[in-house]
Design a protein around this ligand. Structure first.
Ligand code: MG
Length: 293
């Protein structure tokens, strides 16, 4: 099977035709939430159903944290600390440098969050996360629970105040900012079990808040879950057949074809040009001619 599908000639400059996709590790039940630690040349990612965070480096694969409270998406804050979404305890946490865990958010207006899914940090240091209901609708160890809040996108200010900033999406999931911080992209996976194509919405950032949400892209294979930006503002999103690269104007430039359904991805490596891809049971990587933002 070829590793690439070129849909726009511009994509030829984005890839290295002699750099194939590699399977780095396998044996997971649902791999998700990759985050790169350049200071350790290591990748952390979740194996959600097995309640563990894994650590991959060229030296091998180890279990980083178990139990993980069914952690899903991760990112790092402006100081490099690990920020995690936990389905099990329905919260967003920060792991301090000494290893202790600080709860950043677990409720809104007195009601428990649903199951924080994916998280990014904006240039002003705010933590933005999505809170769909998947973790309380999926029977991992009896976590089925009544939903108390709409599925929303939240912004946690560095002061600690939490604000629901997008409340009208079905199931907000992956999210990312454009490199200049003027746009926010959010995947909506709420319609994944219907015939309606999957949506990525784009919002303009106006005075630090998303406004004017509109359709950016409909994924034509499976659904868009996690996504990341390269340094030029091209969106790299997970999909059912691999990773799709979408230009800022919405043109699909090409695909990296992956033999398993992709959940999420992140850039890493010494030059930030290595794309790490979590896909169902496996972790993959591919070296690109583009750098992550
Ligand atoms: Mg997700």
């Amino acid at each position: 099977m070829p590793d690439f599908q070129i849909l726009d000639p511009r994509f030829n400059a984005f890839i290295l035709h002699n750099a194939p996709i590699k399977r780095l590790a396998s044996g997971f039940d649902w791999a998700e939430g990759p985050v790169w630690f350049g200071d350790h040349q290591a990748l952390l990612f979740s194996d959600i159903p097995n309640d563990r965070i894994m650590r991959w480096s060229e030296g091998g694969l180890t279990t980083h944290r178990a139990p993980s409270n069914y952690a899903n998406g991760h990112t790092r804050d402006l100081w490099g600390r690990l920020i995690s979404c936990e389905h099990g305890l329905r919260r967003v946490t920060r792991t301090e440098w000494d290893g202790t865990v600080t709860v950043l958010a677990d409720s809104y207006q007195g009601k428990p969050l649903n199951s924080p899914n994916d998280v990014v940090v904006s240039p002003d240091g705010a933590v933005w996360f999505t809170d769909p209901h998947y973790g309380i609708k999926t029977d991992y160890e009896g976590f089925m629970a009544p939903q108390k809040l709409p599925c929303s996108v939240y912004r946690l200010d560095p002061s600690g105040s939490l604000e629901a900033v997008i409340t009208d999406m079905a199931c907000p999931n992956g999210l990312c900012f454009s490199p200049d911080g003027t746009r926010l992209y959010v995947a909506d996976t709420g319609r994944q079990f219907t015939d309606d194509p999957q949506h990525i919405l784009v919002f303009d950032m106006v005075q630090g808040r998303p406004q004017g949400g509109r359709l950016f892209h409909k994924v034509d294979a499976g659904w868009s879950d996690g996504m990341r930006m390269d340094s030029e503002g091209n969106l790299w999103t997970s999909a059912g057949d691999g990773v799709h690269c979408i230009a800022p104007d919405g043109t699909v430039l090409g695909k990296i074809l992956v033999p398993e359904v992709v959940s999420n991805l992140c850039f890493g490596g010494r030059a930030r040009n290595r794309l790490f891809i979590t896909a169902t049971t496996s972790l993959y990587s591919i070296v690109l001619n583009r750098q992550g933002h």
